[in-house]
Design a protein around this ligand. Structure first.
Ligand code: ATP
Ligand code: MG
Length: 460
């Protein structure tokens, strides 16, 4: 049941309003002065405040602002008997939900109360949703215990509370967007918007109007005025993804916004200023782009205030297992049949550790998602991994490890032996699985095992 506090210094008013609202199924409390009302607000969980405007000592506007200090989302309806429109409007300006003139019709009051309470519910739900989102992007959901990731956590923790520009770099799929969201949701701007825009997804002309907005008629097709992402992110965080793709013309505009903190909509003249925190990301080497004259140096230094480099997955193998477990939890709900997945077999673990993961965490996530759906048993085995993945594992070979002077035929023999040993190891000595992994017939594999003397006893 929702609780409404009614405040009026005219002693007969609160009981009358209380009776009307009680009939509507609300719980009511009453007070005859601002201080008395504040005492009640402090100790009760209110949903709405209905207060008279003119009261001796503390007036309605002051009561409202003091009440808001205790509960920022508390909606307020202001009543005024001596009312000029201005007085009610002033109350609205100060944040009242609505104002009502005395004497009023019961139905009018009830309508205003219903509206204010509906808004209260929406605000509360939004807050809950945001808290949930915040949870999703808390550090807890960025998985990793490698030294490289510990450093990343450290940096996030240090930069999140500030307004400084962050430049996140890292290969595709290393978690750049995840980290950007985590910075936002751990910053004082967490209750405001996180607006993402990818430079790669848009043509130059579109990117400009996407970022800065446009006025009606600015270009063919601009049928109406539109706000850009910079404006939409006001008060919050703007995430500029794939910053390396931004063309020279847009680079200049961006630099100006960063330097002067103002911009104009495309086709507009009015200078617009916004309060945003900027996070940029790229999987390109901006220094190399700079050397090639494709990225402005001054822009780079504006963006690179706090650099945050995400390590590739192959450089932090101790995280692979943790991530695999994390994705098992994340995707367990996708399974339609079979027992819940408990883990991966030692064979898969070794395969994962050997693999180069060019697609980084995103690739691992995709492999796990599909394996969880495909796998029929409790543990994901090599045979449950998606075919393309097994194919790409087969194609990963570190030629750098072979001496340059080695004869090709000798090197091939060594490689063949090493791959057979690895495949046997990964498949727990099940030759059928190892042959499958190597893409050869089981009979071919057993011949080679004999030829190289690789049968069980001769291997460790
Ligand atoms: N450390 C991590 N812990 C948990 N999940 C992660 C981690 N890193 C990345 N992911 C997940 O991997 C996927 C890819 O991450 P994200 O989109 O943030 O990468 P990216 O670096 O922005 O990639 P791209 O350069 O391709 O845009 C997402 O689903 C993300 O949640
Ligand atoms: Mg990304």
């Amino acid at each position: 049941m929702e609780t409404i506090l009614i405040v009026d210094d005219e002693k007969n008013y609160p009981p009358v309003i209380s009776a009307i609202l009680t009939d509507e199924g609300y719980e009511t409390l009453t007070a005859n002065s601002g201080p008395e009302a504040l005492g009640i607000i402090e100790v009760s969980d209110l949903d709405l405040l209905v207060t008279d405007m003119k009261m001796p000592g503390m007036d309605g506007v002051e009561l409202m602002s003091r009440a808001r200090a205790l509960d920022p989302d508390l909606p307020v309806i202001v009543m005024t008997a001596y009312g000029t429109v201005e007085m009610g409007l002033e109350a609205m300006d100060r944040g009242a939900h609505s104002y009502i003139w005395k004497p009023f019709q019961n139905q009018q009051l009830i309508l205003f109360v219903k509206q204010a309470l509906a808004l209260r519910r929406v605000v509360r739900e939004n807050r809950l949703l945001r808290d949930e989102l915040g949870d999703r992007y808390s550090f807890g959901n960025i998985v990793g215990k490698s030294p490289a990731m510990s450093e990343v956590f450290d940096t996030i923790q240090k930069v999140a509370p500030t307004d400084a520009t962050v430049l996140i770099t890292g290969e595709s799929g290393t978690g750049k967007e995840l980290v950007a969201k985590s910075i936002h949701f751990n910053s004082p701007r967490r209750d405001r918007a996180f607006v993402a825009v990818s430079a790669a997804a848009l043509a130059e002309s579109l990117l400009e109007s996407e970022l800065f907005g446009h006025e009606k008629g600015a270009f063919t097709g601009a049928a109406s005025k539109k706000k850009g992402r910079f404006e939409l992110a006001d008060g919050g965080t703007l995430f500029l993804d794939e910053i390396g793709e931004i063309t020279p013309a847009v680079q200049v505009k961006l630099l100006r916004v960063l330097q002067e903190k103002v911009f104009e909509r495309v086709g507009g003249e009015k200078a617009i200023s916004v309060d945003i925190r900027l996070i940029a990301a790229t999987n390109q080497d901006l220094r190399e782009l700079m050397a090639r004259g494709r990225f402005r140096e001054d822009l780079f230094y504006r963006l690179n205030v706090l650099p945050l480099q995400l390590p590739p997955l192959r450089g932090r193998r101790e995280d692979i297992r943790l991530l695999a477990e994390h994705f098992i939890k994340k995707f367990s709900g996708l399974r339609r049949a079979g027992p819940p997945v408990a883990g991966v077999t030692p064979g898969v673990e070794r395969l994962f550790e050997d693999y180069a993961w060019p697609g980084n965490v995103r690739e691992l996530e995709n492999v796990m998602e599909r394996a969880i759906i495909l796998c029929s048993g409790q543990n994901i085995g090599v045979a449950d991994l998606p075919r393309e993945f097994r194919d790409s594992v087969k194609n990963t070979l570190h030629v750098e490890g072979i001496p340059a002077a080695a004869k090709l035929s000798d090197a091939l023999t060594e490689v063949e032996k090493a791959m057979i040993i690895r495949a046997l190891r990964m498949s727990g000595n099940v030759q059928a699985h190892a042959a499958d992994l190597l893409g050869i017939a089981k009979s071919g594999l057993s011949q080679k095992i004999k030829k190289y003397g690789l049968d069980k006893g001769s291997r460790d």
